[in-house]
Every structure is written in C-alpha cells, then in structure tokens.
Unconditional design. Sequence first.
Length: 446
Amino acid sequence: MNEEFISNIKELIQLQDSDKAKELISGLHPADIAEFCDELTPEEAKFIYRLMDNETAADVLVEMDEDTRKEFLDILPPETIAKRFVDYMDTDDAVELIRELDEDKQEEILSHIEDIEQAGDIVDLLKYDENTAGGLMGTEMVIVNENWSMPECLKEMRHQAEDLDDIYYIYVIDDDERLRGVFPLKKMITSPSVSKVKHVMKKEPLSVHVDTPIDEVAQTIEKYDLVAIPVVDSIGRLVGQITVDDVMDEVREQSERDYQLASGLSQDVEMDDNVFRQTSARLPWLLIGMVGGIGNSMILGNFGSTFAAHPEMALYIPLIGGTGGNVGTQSSALVVQGLANNSLDKNETFKQIVKESVVALINATIISLLVYIYNFVRFGATATVTYSVSISLFAVVMFASIFGTFVPMALEKLKIDPAIATGPFIAITNDIIGMMLYMGITVLLS
C-alpha cells in the first residue's frame, strides 16, 4: 500500500466518513486490507473493521502482523473477539490468534463461542505444542467412511463441503476413525455407483503424527509436493490436516528467527519495534563482542617486544582476525543449513569434519601461498613476517573450518538451536584463537 492510500484512509477515519472509507476498501483482498491496517492505530483499525462483514473481518485479522494484531485485540472485549472473528475462522487460525492472549482472556473468548464443537476443537488444539503438527493443524476437512457406497459418499461430501472454504483432499477412515486412505475425486466419476469407497481409495497415504516437529512436516510436504497432509494421533486416528500455506508461514518465521540469531540478535525483532526492544535484542552480543575485543587487546599487549622487533606484524592483525571469522562463519552456516533442511545427518559429525578438513586444507594452502608470495616480494625471503603470516593463516583457516563445523553439530545433539553458532559467536572465538596462533607462531620464528 502506498503512502497516499494510507493517508486517504486516515483522513476518512478522522472525518468518520464510513461510506467513502467502505467504498475505498471494497474489492480489496484481505491481505491488502491487513497491510494498511498494520499502519493504523488500534482505534483506527477498529473503525475499518466495522465496515467489513464478519467473514472478511476474520480473514483480515488472520493476515495482520502479530504484534499489531495483539495491540488491536487488547482493546476489544472477549465477546466481540469470539462472535466477530473466531466464529468465522478455521480452527488453526483461531488457535493461532487465541495463543497470543493471556489465559484469562482465552477462557472468556472460548466461553462466548457459539459453536460448541468448534470451541471443543480449539481447546483440544491449544493443548499441543505450537511447534508441532498438532499445534498447527486445522480440523476442517472432508472425511468419508471406507464402507460407504459412491452415492452415499457423494451426498456426505456435498454436505461437509458447504462449511469449507477449500478442499484439498478427501480422507478415508474406518469405523474406529483411523486413517485408511485418500479418496481420488477422479474415481467418483469413473467408478461404478455400486463400488464402496475402500475399493477405489488410495491406501496408506502419507501422514504425520501430532507430535511431529514443524520442520519435519515442512520437509515432508516439500519432498512429496503436497498441498496438505493429514495428522494422526498415537493410534492412527485422523485428527486434522496441515495445509502448505500454514507450513510456509511457520518456515518463514523460523528462517527469520534463525537469521536474526545468526546475525547477533538475541530475540525476534521487527523494524517498527520500539527503541528499548531493539536495543535489548542487539546489546547482548555487542557486549560479548566488546569482551572479545578486550581479550584480543590483552593478548596483543603481552607481545610488545615482538611488535617492537617486527613492527610490520601489526599490519596483518586485521587479515588474521577477519579471515578466521569469515571461514568459521562459512563453515557453520553450511552446517546449520544442512541440519535445517535435513540434508546433513547430525550423527555423522566425524565424517563431516573430515570432509570440511579437506576443503579447509585446499583453501588454507591457496590463501597462505598467495600471502607468502606477496610478503616474499615486499619484505624478502629472510623476513619473519614472510613466514609467520602464511603459517598463521594456514593454521587459522584449518582451525576455523573445523571449529565452525563441530560447534553447530554439537549444539544440535544437545538440543540447542545451532543458529547461535553462526555469526558473532564463531567470529569472536576465531578472532581470539587466531591472535593467539599468530603471536605464538611469530615468537617461535623470531
């Protein structure tokens, strides 16, 4: 949304011109309405929501930014949230919205939901961890019994479809509600009317358990090009489904969190967050970096006589530190990516370290050789710097590569997010170790 449009909306809100404001937003997609509502105050957004029918209002609320949505919901009474929004949402969207509120308000909202069955589904879904399939799934889907005939199946499908916005798959269950198959719509046309569903269904469909982590769900959907996947409980009963759009939203949010963590941000922040939140997210790693810098200065301070004898050594301090940090960050980033997309087996730590060591050996040899040639031409064959810098670079690249590979894999085994291994942590550690190696090798060669 451009600034002119938002400015016009705000002006109409100020004038309380409902007719013109309604005309301006009519025909807009809910995502577009949500986009400009993110730029409004909660009271201004409240005015816009009054202009929409209940279904559109619910769709817009789902599309809004989480922080802005929470601010908006804070000014609304629980009864309004329930009857104006939740009653018109799919269960997975309703659960996501209710999770953002405190427990007291959650209970009040649930008590005002008119559809008792929907309220029960929401209560059941709230029990699951939000980072698992159970916490993300919805219960809206078309379900048929394997023993139904085609006419009976078609009649029931029509009845169930009336309450659904989208139909992805038709799931087949047995008399105990266990998932048995997926019913191909093509078969409804081509199969004889006397056939039972179980004779034409696609057996043993892909499914996930309610406790399956979201990243594994995403990998399954991506691997098999699915638009939705059924969710079953511990005894195989069908309890819900997860659609690809919900998974992609979660994957995007997780990627943003990992990227911020790797960049040295200790918590999830947005550009429009207040100064205090942004400062508190950035400051911890900056303080750690400061401590690392002080540590480096203390190391270098112990080698005053070495710098006095070889002042040219100071020229290469940025090169040693920067190279170690870059190499370590590259190695750890590749490992974190491999762990995230499941292309790297976390149990093959030794094999991955050996592979990374070979790559590091090639890189270290090329880098140190080029620096040796440069220093040989500049300082000559007898200068200490000619040898110490090259040998130090070789050692630093080898250490940084192995360290950058080992740390995230170790963190993954310890059930700690390996994304914290990239960025500042690796850079600071390699910087300190690099300086120690550089100074130690220089002293030995002096």
